[in-house]
Ligand binder design. Structure first.
Ligand code: PLP
Length: 431
């Protein structure tokens, strides 16, 4: 399999090179040159997540130096489950993606990326994994690269705009991980990272590795839990599952759409955003307008100009295809609160604010008579957002053990101005 850029000026790149580069040289995002087709028989006899992942990813890795390592990469990335849980509503399920070390779905992609990067590390110089995060990415990437020889991690996050339980883990690793709290919003952090990656002189002196959700090494492994849950559901119930995916930068939801496009038994897909409604507006009007982000309770989705929208426009050639393939709806903070408040009574589990957006869009479909089997994608453990969730559900939500352990450690982050010179100095001073 070879990879091309969404912007068309790059037409023949190996997967490993695409992973090492992050962004394509023409500024576009890497996508497969052609889509493989996986018939259901490819998965005959596969029951576990790592096994489904291995078979699913094989065509994407074919011919690449990483292909032989695929079983090992899958073993490292899928070392914990992504269970599809029944809820009190017989037609609604929760795909729980928060059983990894940092209690959010980003653990899957981050661990896969770290395993790939460790395999590909040719040169002896230390690579800096530079990552902008609105919360969960940074912790997942830090956990995945912590104490890996040959790598250091620099995390940028918007100071004061992520929950204490999201911020604390970013600064608790130490060793090869440093956290910088930026005086700005998530979009500023993302801009700083983009500027650093565009700075050839900086990259020569301090080699960088992209860990944001544009990386194919994060995108591709995310297909696996959709494939696994959809296949297991079909085997158990003889029915096709639909997915409601909380969406910010569109990485996780795009993986779901790509899984369906390569042949997995997935029915409908609906994107759920918070008040950052760029994607629902795009699907309504056909016109893509990125904008500044606004702060919401579901802060890991506070993205006004989702990077992966470019991949969406690549996958669906025209508006008719796009609107036939995917729906989107947005949810305000008051409604996020309402869905968290009544979540346990209606469904059983407590929801994190991001998952609550997906629950709401499914409820809107139900009110219009929809009886499909929906999997609400539970992107983070509710205990990560204790300050929002606990007052609404009226009791403490205990942190899972790995998160509790991180919260018990001391944590430190240095301040950084939202300014590319300041970041440059910081990256060079410690390299
Ligand atoms: C990152 C994140 C999202 C959004 O995922 P994207 O891939 O950026 O669309 C949703 N929920 C949680 C908890 C997250 O951490």
């Amino acid at each position: 399999m070879r990879y091309i850029s969404t912007r068309g000026a790059v037409s023949d790149t190996a997967l490993s090179d695409a992973i090492a580069a992050g962004l394509a040289p023409d500024g576009g995002l890497y996508v497969p040159r052609e889509l493989p087709h996986l018939s259901s028989s490819v998965f005959d006899g596969a029951t576990t997540l790592p096994e489904v992942a291995r078979r699913l990813l094989a065509p994407f890795f074919a011919g690449d130096p990483l292909a032989d390592a695929l079983p090992e990469l899958c073993a490292q990335a899928y070392a914990f489950d992504a269970p599809l849980r029944a809820t009190r509503d017989p037609a609604t399920f929760a795909l729980e993606l928060f059983h990894g070390p940092t209690a959010a779905f980003k653990d899957f992609g981050a661990r896969f990326l770290a395993a790939c990067a460790a395999r590909l590390r040719g040169e002896s110089r230390t690579r800096t994994v530079l990552v902008a995060t609105s919360g969960d990415t940074g912790a997942a990437v830090a956990a995945a690269f912590h104490r890996r020889p040959g790598f250091r991690v620099v995390i940028l996050y918007p100071d004061g705009l992520v929950s204490p339980r999201q911020a604390h883990p970013l600064g608790c690793f130490g060793a090869n991980v440093s956290a910088l709290r930026v005086a700005g919003a998530f979009d500023d952090c993302q801009r700083l990272v983009k500027q650093a990656f565009a700075d050839a002189e900086l990259r020569r002196r301090a080699p960088l590795l992209s860990a944001n959700s544009i990386s194919l090494a994060r995108l591709l492994p995310q297909l696996a839990y959709y494939a696994h849950s959809a296949l297991m559901f079909q085997r158990a119930h003889g029915a096709t599952l639909s997915f409601a995916v909380p969406t910010g930068n569109l990485g996780n939801a795009f993986a779901c759409l790509l899984a369906r496009a390569v042949g997995l038994p997935i029915a409908d897909v609906i994107l759920a955003t918070n008040a950052n409604r760029t994607l629902p507006d795009f699907l309504d009007s056909g016109e893509y307008r990125g904008r500044a982000s606004v702060a919401t309770l579901a802060n890991a989705m506070d993205v006004g100009d989702p990077s992966n929208a470019e991949r969406l426009r690549w996958l669906y050639a025209d508006r008719a295809q796009l609107t036939a393939a995917v729906r989107a709806d947005w949810v305000d903070d008051a409604t996020i609160r309402a869905r968290i408040r009544d979540g346990e009574t209606r469904y059983g589990p407590a929801w994190c604010p991001h998952t609550a957006c997906a629950v709401e869009v499914v409820e809107r479909l139900r009110r219009n008579g929809d009886r499909a089997h929906w999997a609400v994608v539970a992107t983070a453990h509710p205990a990560k957002f204790d300050t929002v969730v606990e007052p609404l559900v009226g009791h403490a939500v205990p942190a899972p053990p790995a998160l509790a352990e991180m919260l018990a450690r001391p944590s430190h982050a240095d301040p950084l101005a939202a300014d590319c010179t300041a970041l440059r100095e910081r990256l060079l001073s410690a390299s």
